[in-house]
Design a protein around this ligand. Sequence first.
Ligand SMILES: [Zn+2]
Ligand SMILES: [Zn+2]
Length: 261
Amino acid sequence: MSVLLAILLSALAMTVIVGVRYLLSSGGFALATRIRQPGLYVGLDRQIGREIFWSLASAAIYGVPAGIVAWGWQNRGWTRIYTDVHAWPLWYLPVSVLLYLIAHDSWFYWTHRWMHVPRWFRLAHAVHHASRPPTAWAAMSFHPIEALTGAVVIPALVFLIPIHLAALAVVLTIMTVMGVTNHMGWEMFPRFMVRGPLGSWLITASHHQRHHQRYGCNYGLYFRFWDRLCGTDDGLGSFTPDRTESAGSPPPSRVAPSLRN
Ligand SMILES: [Zn+2]
Ligand SMILES: [Zn+2]
């Protein structure tokens, strides 16, 4: 089999894996939403259809770099992914997970802020914010340009930071679960955690909900570090059905200064 065909098949396989992972995780949390918050997604069928469409398109974009790198890892010894758990000290396992999350969070924060510059917002990020309010299906609802900025992160990091295959699976699981739950419209973590010291540094649905309500704040992905450092942290949102905040166009006073320019 030619190298090109093998890479193509690898990209196709990764696209299917990412797409199925999306359908199972978003579908699972959408089901949990029906049980825990019955009626929360009523009237959002058309929006959910668009969220699924853009998310599956994003799965194809995520699949290409992932597929190329997976092929190179298997066939050419690329990447710093290791499978012998003793190749690095055991304490490095959690450290590597943390390093990946910090690196991803930093990349996300700055590319996300860039996508809130009005002309880039209209081009690359309006698709994501068309979900008002977002649902569990919006986890990968991105314009192809935004999807590309997300798709390259992990495939690039595996060349830079050594990581055990199982630790990488942990990173991907955290990425998937937080991507879905941050958009599902209710908080699944206990109040003492979200409103306590841990929640003042970690991002959950309450934090990202406010980004979708007010736009010009709360740009982070996992940690509130960059938002706090750069003065863009605007606290936690609520999930009361205040449709002036969570639906329709954002009130002018709530639009980010950058969007009013
Ligand atoms: Zn945004
Ligand atoms: Zn979002």
